[in-house]
Design a binder for this molecule. Structure first.
Ligand code: RRO
Length: 360
């Protein structure tokens, strides 16, 4: 029911980890390899040399979001190259830009020679290198990077895109992408330069860059859906789109498919709940939802933007079929959506701040 094609692989579920989550060390990568509902593994974004990354604490999450400023902590590309022979699942090595295009080209060309590596994920959207901007936000640089990195590249490659927020930016990004024809695009990397403040301790929740880092988690879902949908409309129909951002439940994953994603990458929720538990639950929820909606397979779900007329739900969802005790995750009962936020009792109990309770 959840079988999904990816490059020349048939995956049992449409789920991968997103780059940067439980994929830095050998133990983490071997752990991901054992988890049945994770179908492909993405490495931590790697660079030519190993990096310790930014100062700790550099990751934080609450029920709404995560904020990280990891700063590309990784063991260097040779380590992720060697890991390929130890993993059994399709393995994508994420490669990040740092100082020089030439260095990144060297890394990619080296990794491309390894037959055990399934694909390269080009990451031009790291938000956390202090003092540097993202190539994917600077379109002439973006074009130059892709030209240099993908000329003569024989290995399948994808690209991790940052969130875009402007129609002109979408158009410019899509024009460049269409020139270089990635095998897939992943939308989106974390939302850059978000600030989280701990009001109890009166500090920033993470240390680097004055507390600012890339935001993930449920709060970014609407931005990631909009990016998936827009690229689904702008790119040729055969473009594989991996939805990434705000997936905490089977329903969130389903929304990504409705927006136009073929597969998904999950980050924050794997940290919140553990990769095993999160992906097992999300897979079960997705299966139950598809059954309830009378889809025989995930392949039957057509993105909303490709349907002729306004889509009507095939079944009404008036209460969550999921675990209602799980804070914030999954479907909010629909009646809450029509009530004003200020109204007492309008918000589901999951909107309380359990992390504050536990601190007090
Ligand atoms: O390492 C990081 O700080 C990082 C990277 Br490379 C990225 O692509 N996205 C992110 O949120 N953090």
């Amino acid at each position: 029911m959840l079988t999904t094609k990816f490059l020349n692989h048939t995956l049992p579920t449409p789920i991968m980890n997103s780059a940067g989550v439980f994929d830095t060390t050998e133990a983490e990568l071997l752990h991901l390899d054992k988890i049945p509902d994770i179908s492909a593994i993405v490495s931590k974004s790697t660079t030519f040399k190993a990096r310790e990354g930014n100062d700790h604490p550099r990751y934080f999450h609450d029920p709404y979001c995560s904020v990280n400023s990891t700063g590309l902590a990784n063991y260097g590309y040779l380590f992720y190259d060697e890991m390929a022979s130890k993993l059994t699942k399709p393995y994508i090595v994420s490669v990040a830009s740092l100082d020089s295009i030439e260095e990144m080209k060297h890394v990619i060309d080296h990794l491309a020679k390894n037959p055990k590596i399934t694909a390269i994920e080009i990451n031009l959207s790291c938000p956390n290198i202090v003092g540097k901007s993202q190539p994917a936000y600077d379109f002439p640089r973006f074009d130059e990077y892709l030209k240099t990195l993908t000329t003569d590249l024989t290995k399948p490659w994808g690209i991790k895109l940052p969130p875009y927020f402007d129609n002109q930016h979408y158009k410019e990004a899509a024009t460049i992408l269409k020139k270089y024809k990635p095998h897939y695009i992943s939308c989106i990397n974390s939302i850059p330069l978000a600030l989280h403040i701990d009001p109890i301790k009166e500090t920033y929740s993470i240390k680097p860059n004055n507390g600012r880092g890339g935001m993930g988690g449920l709060s970014i879902k609407q931005i990631s859906l909009a990016n998936v949908q827009t690229f689904r409309q702008l790119m040729p129909p055969e473009t594989v789109i991996i939805g990434c951002g705000g997936i905490t439940s089977g329903l969130d994953l389903f929304e990504h498919i409705l927006a136009g994603a073929n597969l998904v990458q999950i980050g924050t929720q794997l940290i919140r709940e553990t990769p095993q538990k999160a992906t097992k639950r999300i897979t079960q929820e997705l299966q139950q939802l598809l059954i309830k909606k009378e889809y025989a397979s995930i392949k039957e779900v057509i993105p909303l933007c490709q349907r002729g007329e306004r889509a009507m739900p095939s079944v009404s969802i008036d209460h969550t079929p999921f675990d209602e005790s799980r804070p914030l995750l999954g479907l909010c009962p629909l009646q809450h959506l029509s009530l004003p936020f200020e109204e007492e009792g309008a918000l589901p109990p999951s909107f309380a701040l359990p992390y504050l309770d536990s601190e007090v």
